[in-house]
Design a protein around this ligand. Structure first.
Ligand SMILES: NC(=O)c1ccc[n+]([C@@H]2O[C@H](COP(=O)([O-])OP(=O)(O)OC[C@H]3O[C@@H](n4cnc5c(N)ncnc54)[C@H](OP(=O)(O)O)[C@@H]3O)[C@@H](O)[C@H]2O)c1
Length: 252
């Protein structure tokens, strides 16, 4: 039975670092790289010959392609990384209803559905890493849908981790602050954005894999996300939101 890892958003900034790190693990036979763009997924084969592209647009609610592959190959899934995600900086009332639904589908419905599809193929020692965000620590004005979607993923991960203890399966919610990838605009409306405590994706991925191997249900890399988590716990939410809105509001 093939021992596999599945990574969504595999061609993105954080996803491709997961692919690099997992490709040197000698207990993984295949890495199923999930994404929308066949060329980008093919290009990942330069990292490892064990890459198997899985073309899926996660904004549509169905996981049929993955579900059919699992049924046909019946693999032993050792690692699932729900990494694909999207978000827009800006006011909620300027977003279209389609954008709102798209964020829910990609950031919430897809990872939950993929976990549900994959869990029957996981045994003791298997790991799920769900890429949430430090945005899950408080409601973020001007990132309202994004931060709400990341709370969903964080809480789902931690609760399911608790449930799966008896099966020896770990679910880790990965909550980085700003990460230097294509997701972050360099400027908005001509204003250069200063991302405090920005991390390189490799640091996020190394920390996440170490924390998940230790069985932790949370991985919070870097000083900024750690500080933000603590600050949001001890400060009234109204104050945190006012401060956040004052910083982000000048860019939107
Ligand atoms: N960058 C940050 O500051 C930061 C901070 C905290 C958490 N995160 C989270 O980290 C994860 C990875 O983001 P990143 O920073 O690496 O950004 P990225 O480079 O933009 O990667 C996002 C990935 O998600 C995929 N994706 C987006 N929409 C999709 C869809 N409809 N169907 C399938 N795949 C889709 C993208 O695929 P394509 O290549 O086809 O576009 C891409 O591979 C996300 O969940 C994000 O929310 C990022």
């Amino acid at each position: 039975m093939a021992r596999i890892a599945i990574v969504t958003g595999a061609a993105g900034g954080i996803g491709s670092k997961f692919i690099e790190k997992i490709s040197v693990m000698d207990d993984i036979d295949e890495i199923w790289a999930v994404g929308r763009n066949p060329e980008k997924l093919e290009a990942l084969k330069t990292i490892s010959s064990r890459i198997v592209p899985v073309i899926m647009d996660l904004s549509s609610v169905s996981c049929r392609v993955l579900s059919d592959m699992l049924k046909e190959k019946k693999p032993d899934v050792r690692i699932l990384v729900n990494n694909a995600g999207t978000g827009y900086m800006g006011a909620f009332d300027k977003m279209s209803p389609e954008q709102v639904v798209q964020i829910c589908n990609i950031n919430c419905t897809a990872p939950a559905a993929i976990m549900s599809e994959v869990l029957p193929y996981m045994t003791k020692g298997a790991r799920i890493l769900n890429i949430s965000s430090a945005s899950s620590f408080q409601p973020d004005p001007y990132l309202a849908m994004y931060s709400a979607s990341k709370v969903f993923l964080k809480n789902l991960s931690r609760a399911v981790n608790n449930e799966l203890k008896a099966r020896g399966i770990t679910v880790t919610s990965v909550c980085p602050g700003w990460v230097d990838t294509g997701m972050l605009p360099k400027e908005v409306n001509g204003r250069k954005i200063n991302y405090i405590g920005m991390l390189k994706p490799e640091k996020v991925v190394s920390r996440a894999l170490k924390d998940s191997a230790k069985g932790k249900d949370m991985s919070v890399p870097g000083w900024f996300a750690k500080y933000f988590r603590f600050y949001s716990k001890i400060t009234p939410t109204g104050i945190v939101m006012r401060q956040w809105a004052a910083i982000m509001g000048k860019y939107v």
